[in-house]
Ligand binder design. Sequence first.
Ligand SMILES: C[S@@+](CC[C@H](N)C(=O)[O-])C[C@H]1O[C@@H](n2cnc3c(N)ncnc32)[C@H](O)[C@@H]1O
Length: 204
Amino acid sequence: MLSSKEKFIDIYRKNTPFVDREYIKFSKELGVISIEDDVIELISYIAKINNFKNVLEVGSGIGYSTKILSKVMPEASIISLEKNEERAEYAKRYTSDCKNVEIINDDAITYLKNSKKQIDFLFLDGAKSKYLEVLDLATPLMIKGSVIIADNIFIRGKMYSEDLNRRNRTMVKKLKLFLESIFSEEFDSILIPISDGVIYAKKK
Ligand SMILES: C[S@@+](CC[C@H](N)C(=O)[O-])C[C@H]1O[C@@H](n2cnc3c(N)ncnc32)[C@H](O)[C@@H]1O
């Protein structure tokens, strides 16, 4: 059931190409959390007002966000990386009708170490502890004006929690280093507090 606020927002969600609740549910059953509606709307709008040609997604999951990227950037070439083999197979099947998508079953770090392909739009939705390493490898492939969207910056509250185990403390520390980099001189950046926290950054 949608709340009154959600119903109101829904009226003005004009950029989202489609919603597939069944697939979102299936994804959740497999333990893969798909992109949320607010983030889809934001990315779709950014795609509309830009003309991205080379898109890189880190973390296809089972392909829900990848299909959205394909629909909102039909002219772009979209590479989506998924390190888990089974998920990559699901993603390939789900996006089989998307002619501009290539799902690659690889770790983003390995892939980026060997890639020379320009990136105009980078969507970060893989392991949060790897955001910084991915950013460092991706930045040289970007041009002035390239855009980065990084999802789940709050890590479901862990980013501002004072009660964390060692593993989560390490993850938070690494994500804070990513924030330091993304808020450096190299980018114009904003933390948008929608959904689980989103970074929007533009390379200067
Ligand atoms: C939150 S899910 C992605 C959900 C998907 N973007 C969506 O919205 O439908 C994160 C995925 O990133 C993958 N992943 C994590 N670290 C990765 C890495 N270094 N390289 C490639 N994939 C990675 C995980 O296996 C997982 O399937």
